[in-house]
Design a protein around this ligand. Sequence first.
Ligand code: NAD
Length: 304
Amino acid sequence: MSEQARIAFIGLGNMGGPMAANLHKAGFAVTAFDLSADALAKAREQGVAVAASARAAAQGAQVLISMLPASRHVEALYLGDDGLLPTLAAGTLVIDCSTIAPASAQKVAQAAAARGIAMLDAPVSGGTAGAAAGTLTFIVGGEAAALARARPLLQAMGRNIFHMGAAGAGQVAKLCNNMALGVIMAVTGEALALGAAHGLDARALSQMMAVSTGRSWATEVCNPWPGVLENAPAARGYSGGFGNDLMLKDLGLAVEAALGVGATVPLGELARNLYAMNRRAGRGALDFSSVLGLFTELPPLRDA
Ligand code: NAD
């Protein structure tokens, strides 16, 4: 992919904004669009060219990248009444980085293939910090030849690229990872709350667990107990990080994906309910590690 290639980038939210900015910094010609005026203004401040509509951004682009909230947004962008697929030239490469249902990714990829357009599902891991630092992990489904074309672009936004298989495989793998993460975070909160209820110091308990068999990303990087790790969302009133409602969405997708193939995901289903309860407790917009609040009293939260 030469740096002269024109890239359209649709969806400049917490993740897409910094990703588009990193592509621009790497020398690619990016034209971006978002429905939000604030998101467009931020992109402009970073030097990214913006367009008045998704269609205008996509006009003449060789590559189209999207980073949208959920399946319905992605299907509407490409397949809706005013969808982009019919407007794209054969040979265009589409890379959807949103986390969506595998079936949805396959549906859009099939419609794209019928028009001679290669499409990759390339959801990411690494959060907003990884998006800003350009260190995301891309978890890719689609044809190897399309990934070879996409690679220089993905490398400008991330550090690791995993090709998981055909269309939809990237989404399946992403959901497997997030289902494990959701369960591990919840049980880590439960374990720390149990220890604290016995009078243990959560920091000492976390330090022990972090070098023992209960260790995980939840004990070492994003510890849910306020004050254990100074850079974790828990230390700043659970602001920033990966939102409870995004975890809830991903667990819903994992359960739905399990139904489709008759797989059993009892812990994933339980975790989905826990994050739904955390949302009902008013913590939907907070980092998902606030699920700790289901097991113990959280300190008063600062206004986000
Ligand atoms: P976000 O809500 O911050 O951003 C989404 C953006 O899409 C918004 O700015 C919105 O205005 C825009 N949008 C919606 N419909 C549009 C349309 N038709 N045309 C143009 N713009 C449109 O979400 P985010 O945190 O950036 O997450 C994006 C995706 O990445 C989600 O699928 C999420 O699950 C996934 N993800 C997020 C994180 C994270 O830490 N935030 C980590 C990994 C994956």
